[in-house]
Structures are given as C-alpha cells and as structure tokens.
Design a protein around this ligand. Structure first.
Ligand SMILES: C[S@@+](CC[C@H](N)C(=O)[O-])C[C@H]1O[C@@H](n2cnc3c(N)ncnc32)[C@H](O)[C@@H]1O
Length: 330
C-alpha cells in the first residue's frame, strides 16, 4: 500500500468529481411545499481498478450512452505555453479578450493562484524560461509551478506520487527512455534551485527540491500531462467536438489531472477528453459502453499507421500498446 499523503487544497479541488455527483442534496434547496424528494443524483459511472496488463485503469460501473459526460476534472497543476503567456489566463488558460495587467481572466483565478503566484513573483525566472524556450521544453514549466505551490504550502511535494505507473515492466522501459535525458534533467534541477536561491529562498525551504524530486516529478509529468487544446463553446455536439479536438491544433498549455491520468490509452478509444474554454477537462463517451468495460482515451493522433503510433507511444510514453487495434496489426 502506498503511504497516505496530504494531497492539499488543490488535490481536493481536482477531486471535485466526487462533489459534482454528490453536492445536490434536497436540503440545498428549501422546498415551498411538501412534495416527494427528488431522487438522489447518480454516482459517477466509473471506478479505478487494476487491469490485466496495463496497470490501473478506469472502468464503467453501469451502462453509458454515446455522448454522455462521464465527469469533469480540474488540474492538479497547469501552465500556459510560453508563447501564449500574455494571451491566456495564467491560471485557467482561458483566452484573454485583451491583454490585462494581471494576466488573469477573473478575480476567482487571481484568488486561486495566490499561493504559487506570491512565490513565483519574488523570483526572476528569465534564465529558466529562456532555457525552456531555447530547448523547446514545456514540462519543466509545470515543475516550476509545482515547486512554487510547494514553497507556498499550497501543495505537498508528494502530490504527484499517486500517478506513478503501476507496473514494474513499464517503469523499466520508462527508465530506459529517460536515461538519455537524465543529464538534461539534472541541469534543469540545478538551474531551478539556483533560481530560488538567488531570490533569497533558504536551503530549509528548498529541502524537497532535490535532483531525485525533480526527475521523479518530471517523469510522472511526461507520462501524465495533457496538451490543453480549447475548442470553444460552439462544439457541444458530440461528433463536432470529437472532430474539433483533433483539429484544435495549437495547445494553450499543459496540465496534469488526477482521475484522467488513470485512463489507459487505446488506438480506438471509447472515451475522449476535451476542453471547451479553460482547463476544466470533460470526459465524454464516444459510443455506448457496457458496465464493466474499460474506459480508454487516445493519447496520440489515432489516424497514424501502426508503426508510427507505436513508435510515438514507446518513445513518448514508454509502453508497447496492447489495444485490440494494435494486436490485430491495424
Ligand atoms: C497515464 S498512465 C495510465 C494509468 C496507468 N495504467 C496507471 O496504473 O497509473 C499511462 C501508463 O499506463 C500504461 N498504459 C496505458 N495505456 C496502455 C496500453 N494501451 N498498453 C499498455 N500499457 C498502457 C503504460 O504503463 C503507460 O505508461
């Protein structure tokens, strides 16, 4: 059993799926006259359990209709693409109508960012950001935000530990994939520590910021982060939104979620994940799903051929795909 960790405020927010299904009770809404109480909301139609050969996965607990919204999810950590730093909200990645002084789209986002932003503002990140820009790196920006959240007490340093891949075999592959970039990650970790030091942060505040922490967090982010591509509010229709999420193209940023990270990959998925206008992720069924069926999303562009898909999945995520489509050689 993994040790219990204090997942903190943000994790509680990210787990709002539970609240989403249970928040509406009859006592929330005083009834003007005695009438039969409305039936309680249905529980989430999903559960996380072990699969036969892909670690943990998400399963349907009842029949799900095509187009049904399974649940929404809020990120544990998110960061905009550097090139869009001033045109999307620094917290929820919503497109800003005009450039604002604050860089946030609402008072609520300013409020939600207080913790990490207080720490981040004290620091000159230009060297770190330039390094990411010139090397074309996006995930160290998520580590930077997470480090600021930990510094401010907003998140625990172990917040992503639960996302580790469950299977040893995968971990071996992942270690192999990551070895090539170990030196680079160590350099980034040194750069991050010295950036905090120069801003006056004390060693005791940075106890968690070790090489092992940096590489461990980055390894989990590489496997679990989503590119957030906004499709706008016009695509509520299932099939339009499925097409739009393929067409969306440029990502506004990247984000790591808790529950969506337990969905395994399939080259012919039955669920897809989409973002309308901010980092709130929506998981929708692409077809009818029976109770007990595993729910899978597609991590990549499924229109590629077998070899291209598998090269991408192995090099990018460290696994050999076991889905039906790959097993049949398609
Ligand atoms: C985002 S995680 C999904 C949840 C994961 N199974 C767990 O236990 O936390 C991605 C990892 O799940 C496994 N995985 C996902 N889809 C797979 C597939 N189609 N075939 C084999 N392994 C898969 C791989 O180990 C991959 O690195």
């Amino acid at each position: 059993m993994p040790p219990a960790v204090d997942l903190g405020r943000r994790c509680a927010r990210a787990l709002s799926v539970t609240r989403w299904f249970s928040a509406t009770t009859t006592s929330d809404y005083p009834s003007p006259s005695p009438s039969p109480s409305p039936s309680p909301p249905l529980p989430p139609p999903i559960r996380v359990a072990l699969t036969e050969s892909a670690g943990r996965g998400v399963f349907a607990t009842r029949r799900i209709g095509a187009g049904d919204l399974l649940h929404t999810a809020e990120p544990l950590v998110a960061h905009p693409s550097l090139s869009l730093r001033h045109s999307v909200c620094y917290f929820c990645l919503r497109n800003l109508k005009s450039e604002t002084n604050s860089g946030f789209c609402s008072d609520e986002c300013i409020d939600q960012s207080k913790g990490f932003y207080e720490a981040e503002k004290k620091i000159d990140w230009s060297a770190f950001d330039d390094y990411c820009r010139t090397q074309g790196l996006k995930y160290p920006l998520l580590v930077k935000r997470l480090a600021c959240m930990v510094m401010s007490g907003e998140a625990s340093a172990e917040i992503l530990d639960i996302l580790q891949p469950a299977r040893l075999q995968s971990e071996t592959i992942i270690r192999h994939v990551l070895l090539s970039s170990l030196t680079q990650m160590e350099e980034e970790s040194r750069l991050m520590r010295s950036t905090f030091s120069k801003a006056g942060f004390k060693d005791e505040q940075m106890n968690f910021l070790t090489k092992q922490w940096y590489t461990g967090v980055l390894a989990r982010i590489r496997i679990n982060a989503f590119r957030v591509e906004l499709i706008g509010g016009l695509y509520e229709d299932l099939f339009l939104s499925a097409a739009a999420s393929v067409d969306a193209g440029a990502a506004v940023g990247n984000a790591v979620y808790m529950l969506p990270s337990f969905y395994n990959h399939d080259c012919d998925p039955n669920v897809h994940i989409l973002w309308i206008d901010n980092t709130t992720a929506r998981l929708k069924a692409l077809r009818e799903i029976e109770a007990g069926e595993e729910l899978r999303i597609c991590y990549i562009d499924a229109s590629m051929d077998h070899d291209a898909r598998n090269a991408l999945l192995f090099n990018g995520f460290g696994f050999v795909c076991n889905c039906l489509r790959c097993s049949s050689g398609d």
